[in-house]
Design a protein around this ligand. Structure first.
Ligand code: MG
Ligand code: MG
Length: 246
């Protein structure tokens, strides 16, 4: 899908709302806060800026962000979980402005975390930026995953296979998917006007995943930690433009 400059401008506006949610929720994550309270911070931003949530009611999802602590990879439901010193917490959020979507995520280390937690969060964020760096028109879609995987595995971690990034625009999840690893083929060429959500999920142990009985939460099969970073990025004449960057 090629987005016009007018469409990209609307996605910039959605991205700015997402960027504010990233900043506000990150500032709210501290020992003692519940994940429901973090969700409330995101709701306040959406309401104040007149944006709609793309998460709320998505296949019945009950909140505007996902909160996934420690060994939870993605899709955690905000609730009574109390954040504690030493946790890592992944927060995934989005917004719709004038019918266009933004989608982004980060993992925050709370207080004093273990050495492996600190290295995992750092490597996962670095792997996202390595993927973004190759998002120039003419490169191949799967160059992104190759770079993500290279950085994550060089740090001694594994890249989740089952959950991937995606094109984004008037829907949150559009085709094609964006794997965070080299899938064996180069994929289509990147073109000016393409917009993708790139979102590496990186595990400290194996990349195998398990879905919990709540029908949403996805955890690591081996119980080790997982981190998640995501941005929405447009391919422009001047290279990648990160629409959701704070
Ligand atoms: Mg997301
Ligand atoms: Mg996404």
């Amino acid at each position: 899908m090629i987005r016009s400059p007018e469409e990209i401008e609307k996605m910039r506006r959605a991205g700015r709302v997402v960027a504010e949610i990233l900043e506000r929720t990150r500032a709210a994550v501290r020992p003692g806060v519940t994940t429901r309270e973090v969700d409330a911070v995101a709701r306040e931003v959406l309401e104040r800026r007149g944006a709609r949530s793309n998460f709320l009611n998505y296949h019945g999802f009950p909140a505007v962000i996902c909160t996934s602590p420690n060994d939870m990879i993605v899709h955690g439901i905000p609730g009574e979980y109390v954040v504690k010193d030493g946790d890592i917490l992944s927060v995934d959020c989005g917004a719709i402005v004038e019918g266009y979507h933004g989608d982004a995520a980060y993992t925050v280390a709370v207080g004093e975390v273990s050495d492996v937690a600190r290295r995992l969060v750092e490597a996962t964020e670095r792997s996202l930026w390595a993927g973004i760096d190759v998002m120039h028109a003419g490169n191949r879609l799967h160059d992104i995953g190759r770079e993500v995987q290279r950085v994550a595995e060089a740090a001694g971690f594994s890249v989740v296979r089952k959950y991937v990034g995606h094109a984004i625009g008037t829907e949150m999840h559009e085709e094609p998917q964006v794997p965070n690893y080299w899938p064996g083929t180069p994929g289509p060429r990147l073109k000016v006007g393409n917009v993708y959500a790139v979102e590496p999920m990186v595990n400290a142990g194996s990349y195998d995943t398990v879905e919990l009985d709540d029908g949403w939460s996805v955890v690591t099969e081996d119980g080790q930690l997982s981190a998640h970073f995501e941005h929405t990025i447009a391919v422009t004449e001047d290279g990648p433009e990160v629409l959701t960057a704070p």
